[in-house]
Design a protein around this ligand. Sequence first.
Ligand SMILES: NC(=O)c1ccc[n+]([C@@H]2O[C@H](COP(=O)([O-])OP(=O)(O)OC[C@H]3O[C@@H](n4cnc5c(N)ncnc54)[C@H](OP(=O)(O)O)[C@@H]3O)[C@@H](O)[C@H]2O)c1
Length: 340
Amino acid sequence: MRQIWIPRPGPPEVLELREAPDPAPAAGQVRIRVEAAGVNFADVMGRMGMYPDLPPMPVVVGYEVAGRIDAVGAGATEDWIGADVLSLTRFGGYSDVICVPEAQVFMRPTGMDAAQGAAFPVNYLTAWQLIRVMGSLAPGETMLVHSAGGGVGIAATQIAKKFGAKVIGTASAGKHEQLRKLGVDHCIDYTREDFEPRVRELTQGRGVELILDAVGGESFKKSWRALAPTGRLGMFGLSAAATGKQRSWLGFARAALSMPWLQFTPLALMNVNKAAFGVNLGHLWGEMDRITGWMEELLRLYREGTVAPVISGRFSFAEAPKAHHFIQDRKNFGKVLLIP
Ligand SMILES: NC(=O)c1ccc[n+]([C@@H]2O[C@H](COP(=O)([O-])OP(=O)(O)OC[C@H]3O[C@@H](n4cnc5c(N)ncnc54)[C@H](OP(=O)(O)O)[C@@H]3O)[C@@H](O)[C@H]2O)c1
């Protein structure tokens, strides 16, 4: 098999293609011949040595793949053989062959190709948890989503529109036209204007009911202030700590220190009628039953045409460094994939 390794923390050029014998599926596992693998911002943070969950280097990252099953381990259902699937992978997704527990694997609906399959799990499950499970977005409410043109941002917009909400999105200016086509009601170029007063202006001073924020740092504070009474802030990342393409402890410290450490105390929460919650899909491996339920609902929405990933870039394994540059240069509108 071929895999992309991170041998040490560094810029995208540290990514290294290596070969190894094909793995055999262990008990309860299936083996997938990978046709597309998703690239996530967590992989970028991992490459820089700024992702706390990363196993020790050298390591193969990657949380999601799509492809065809060609073997099953003892006890796994034989019927999987030959199935076209999408799958969550607990690291190791940057591979052209991978073995995973069968509970993490889902049949791809008719018409969903491998690229769409690999673009689906992380972005859509995260957006679902933020909006439907914990954020309780109701029809008529307004959601603000940061990095609206990223994989999660687009998934969140599609889900919010399906459930009758208004969407405000922050993104670099070049993405605004495409975002409007997706149904975003108001776009904010956060590089030119402060989103907090702009959100107040757009909501006649009231604020919004749900905010999805993976920028972090100072952004969490501003988002918190931009919530209407009964508003909910979903925090799920710290992109602000990625100040360059190599690890910067200074950048991390700045982002960490500017977080709202003192705002979410019990009395303060009661008095402002707001909620703050966190989401980390990578810490839900023990909750596969819950995730399976969310995935079934999401695949139903895919089948009915309500949600569909937007693919922004496809890179061969040899071009993996380019894929990471593409994201960090903020050029992606939607999902970036590695194609073996
Ligand atoms: N907790 C979870 O379970 C979970 C799951 C998935 C993703 N996430 C988090 O959600 C965020 C978005 O993930 P994604 O996969 O949707 O991202 P993505 O598709 O890779 O989006 C990248 C976009 O984020 C924006 N951005 C903001 N700060 C940035 C920075 N410092 N460097 C580079 N780009 C930056 C840029 O768009 P603009 O220039 O348009 O703003 C960029 O194009 C990340 O923080 C990620 O870690 C968390």
